[in-house]
Design a protein. Structure first.
Ligand code: MN
Length: 484
């Protein structure tokens, strides 16, 4: 069996909280905008004033349904809200409204790619809609704790996987893929630094064939790297316990990213501890066939579909397609550049290469995105066309690209202004090569005596004499003829 760690099988299931991209909260009209002054986005309802009633944000429901399509799930025509009762200072009502018994989406799945390129299906048990809580702030004062209710009532999707993952890598791939899907759907911006996508990881270990052991839940992990670190740490901790004959406690733990370790927070509650019951202020959510069909029709092309199409339609490699579909904007840029090329679709592969190497390097270096880069998409196509119609060599194209990124000028203009047109005149190339051979009699003698690796020396000297503008294939061909 694969993936065993010191003879132990690792079982991981993830609960992801994704903030639904809506302007207002789940049950009130307060804004959800990030970064506002504390408690400036709190209605009477959010503060749980007596007599205030919830009004369901239908757009949040629509977004959850589309996310359900995104994970190939079943959309349930009837779902219902329950109250999950617990006390916490940042939860003024004393309960969170969630969907325990009748979630809006069930039985989905997501395919992830493993290290060896194979595909594994991870099942998604459910997506339910719920409210976020407020935020307690303990580090502003030595005497007091503060509460900010701006987040209270913000709509979340809780996306619960089956315990299908067998390594930290699989868990990280799952979150990457889920994030990509939600961004394509547009239902969550998935900004993990802002807490818009948080991961709770359930992890246990067992000997192969044994029943599931006690699990630890690591709460609120806000980066994919931390998820990997927290799981790595937890695997070691649980193996150490079991191999010392101790049991793993069923508990909730926190990951401390500065120490790289998890620590106990509280023992894990069961559903019964929360005294769930249907919220009497909210009707069940009943979806019409028309609404479901309309939302289905609004679905964008999803990452897996786009990947398959890019490989089939443009003949690019799996690996290149993976990079280009990472986000919708990059994929759209690629398609628009290909569309602008005179040599489409044959130019697609070269456009993909230039984007992945040169363009991404410039974006990284200048801290820009594909939307803010300083030249139009058509120039990317023009540059590749200049290579394909043999006006410039690939080597010279790098100079042109650097100049284009710097000045924003069109590639053809740069080639003309800097005199970079490729030398393809056979007579001119032959003349230069004759001069190179005449100037290096010692090397010619060595080459003829069998030191064939000197061929590269002659290519380099000829190219240098033509300031890098000679057609490389022609130089090679003529040199071979001349040197014999
Ligand atoms: Mn939750």
């Amino acid at each position: 069996m694969d993936n065993l760690v010191k003879g132990w099988e690792v079982i991981i299931g993830l609960e992801v909280h994704a903030q639904i991209a809506t302007k207002s909260k789940l049950f009130s009209s307060s804004p959800t905008e990030y970064g506002a002054d504390p408690n400036s986005q709190v209605s009477f309802y959010d503060a749980a004033m007596p007599g205030m009633l919830p009004v369901l944000n239908e757009n949040a429901v629509d977004q959850a349904i589309k996310s359900g399509f995104g994970i190939n799930g079943t959309i349930n025509k009837i779902s219902r809200f329950d109250r999950k009762n617990y006390f916490y200072p940042d939860l003024p009502s004393g309960y969170q409204i969630s969907q325990l018994y009748h979630p809006i989406v069930t039985d989905g799945h997501i395919d992830i790619e493993l290290q060896d390129g194979s595909v594994k299906t991870i099942h998604v048990e459910r997506i339910h809609i719920e409210q976020d809580a407020g935020k307690s702030i303990h580090d502003l004062s030595p005497e007091f704790s503060y509460v900010d209710l701006n987040r209270a009532g913000v709509p979340l999707m809780e996306i619960v996987s089956k315990p299908d993952m067998r390594s930290p890598f699989e868990a990280m791939q799952y979150v990457r893929k889920l994030r990509m899907i939600l961004r394509y759907v547009g239902s969550c911006d998935c900004n993990m630094e802002r807490g818009n996508l948080r991961v709770d990881a359930n992890i246990s270990i067992r000997k192969p064939g044994e029943l599931l052991g006690n699990r630890a839940e690591i709460k609120n992990i806000n980066s994919i790297r931390f998820l990997g670190q927290a799981l790595d740490y937890e695997i070691e901790r649980q193996i150490m316990l079991k191999e010392n004959g101790e049991e793993v406690c069923q508990e909730t733990r926190l990951f401390d990213s500065s120490l790289g370790e998890t620590r106990s927070m509280r023992s894990k509650e069961d559903a019964a501890d929360y005294r769930y019951f249907p919220d009497p202020d909210l009707k069940p959510v009943v979806l019409s066939d028309e609404r479901i069909a309309r939302l289905r029709a609004e679905m964008p092309e999803l990452p897996d579909e786009k990947h398959a199409r890019f490989v089939a339609e443009y003949g690019i490699s799996d690996a290149d397609a993976n990079v280009l579909i990472e986000d919708k904007e990059t994929a759209a840029y690629f398609e628009r550049a290909v569309a602008a090329s005179k040599f489409k679709p044959a130019s697609a592969k070269l456009i993909a290469n230039w984007m992945i190497s040169e363009l991404f390097a410039v974006l990284n270096k200048e801290g820009k995105t594909i939307e803010t880069v300083g030249f139009p998409i058509e120039y990317m196509a023009e540059l590749v066309d200049l290579i394909l119609d043999k006006t410039i060599s690939g080597k010279i194209a790098k100079t042109v690209f650097a100049e284009m990124a710097q000045s924003g000028s069109a590639p053809a203009k740069i080639v003309k202004d800097l005199g970079l047109v490729q030398i393809q005149d056979e007579g001119a190339i032959r003349k230069v090569i004759d001069e190179v051979i005449a100037a290096n009699p010692a090397q010619v003698a060595q080459y003829k005596a069998g030191k064939v690796q000197l061929f590269g020396f002659f290519v380099g000297q000829s190219m240098k004499a033509m300031q890098g503008k000679g057609n490389p294939e022609m130089i090679n061909k003529i040199l071979r003829e001349t040197l014999g």
